[in-house]
Design a protein around this ligand. Sequence first.
Ligand code: SF4
Length: 476
Amino acid sequence: MGEIGGPREACGVFGVFAPGEDVARLTFFGLYALQHRGQESAGIATSDGRSLSIHRRMGLVSSAFTEDDLQRLPGHIAIGHTRYSTTGSSVPVNAGPFLVRQGDEAIAVSHNGNLVNGEELRQELLAAGVPLESTTDTEVLAWMILRSPGRDWVERIRSAMSRMVGAYSLAILTRESLIAVRDPLGIRPLCLGRLDGGWVIASETCALATIGAEFVREIEPGEIVVIDERGVSAHPDPAMQAEQAMCVFEFIYFARPDSAIMGQRLHVVRQRMGAELWREHPADADLVVPLPDSAVPAAIGYSLASGIPYAEALIKNRYIGRTFIQPDQRLREQGVKLKFNALPEVLEGKRVVLIDDTIVRGTTSRPIVELLRQNGAREVHMRVHSPPIRWPCYLGVDMATRDELIAAHLSVEEIGRAIGADSIGYLSLDGLFRAIGLPRERFCAACLTGRYPVPVPPERLLRRRSRTQELAGARS
Ligand code: SF4
């Protein structure tokens, strides 16, 4: 994703059950591997079988925990969370995981996703006198589970799930167990791994590899998996609905290229997207240049399919971090200059195919095209390895409102002119799913098609608009 201010992911979740292990430290390293899914805050909660402990702080995983913090998280069960805010603002009280207590019961929850009916459930809880501290869906969801009836956690979670509409992949910590839950459409990823003497759950397989765990399987849509001293017990969705709606942007961009989802290694899938892009939109050019880092696999694919040499001509300052994840628009605008430099020796006199994974607002594509020209590129041909984003996301990705999406208002040719490219081509929906190699019925592609997998109440659109206006007001 070269575009600063592009779609931002809504959290990484992690959990480990491993008696005898330093589970807080394992979770710390697991969160490191999931840092790309959210950079606003990080947190870990642990259980020693008697009580729950928690530490949450704003900032990157590396700065959120000191050695002392990790020492103060005892136990053999842990969950962790890295957050990017899609609901609620960026303040410490909204950092995850969420720990909620009622009587002598307590649970902590890490959540990736977004409830479409979160506001409605929030109002219900407030009316019932529940002391909500934050403005996030995660706290709502934790209280929904804690207050739901049932003989055990599985029944209580199942009861809460019957009220929750939207995307949720959860790691839940109780005193005695680690529980993985995925919404019935499986919108966000969640997988199960085996550790020597324990079990792990994680948003992505890359986090399993980081701590030396072996991938076992994905948590199925609608499934609840309980891990405790008796082992692992799986509780499939009793409705067993055939539909699935995995977010297609996990394949295009969000998930790390070394992760695998639905049996597909994302680096390989993205290479195929690049090859399809060449077939659909060839260019007469001398070099294929990726927007680092996320467009690299697709640029390799485009280069291999076309025979046009691959070149790195944009150098990213990796220490600036993924600035587009920052929720502040001023930082995003500053980000292009802070983030990329170009190599004139590579670009001089060359016709360049510039590969990016998406164009959201279009506000940063133009400076990048200009940067290539200023450094000697004779032509710049923009190629994008996803179809145009024309609709907002209500399922956990801060995609911008419809008003802000450049492809909602301009044709592809107009976008090409607006960003100053000599030509432009987007991968088609057919091409995208040919590259993914799985049936399109198993995916959500609503931001590309406008067909949402869950009903979206019209007031959600208004709420997203007013939040954007709020941010715009704060800037002016
Ligand atoms: S609308 Fe787009 S970003 Fe949101 S879940 Fe669906 S595919 Fe993913």
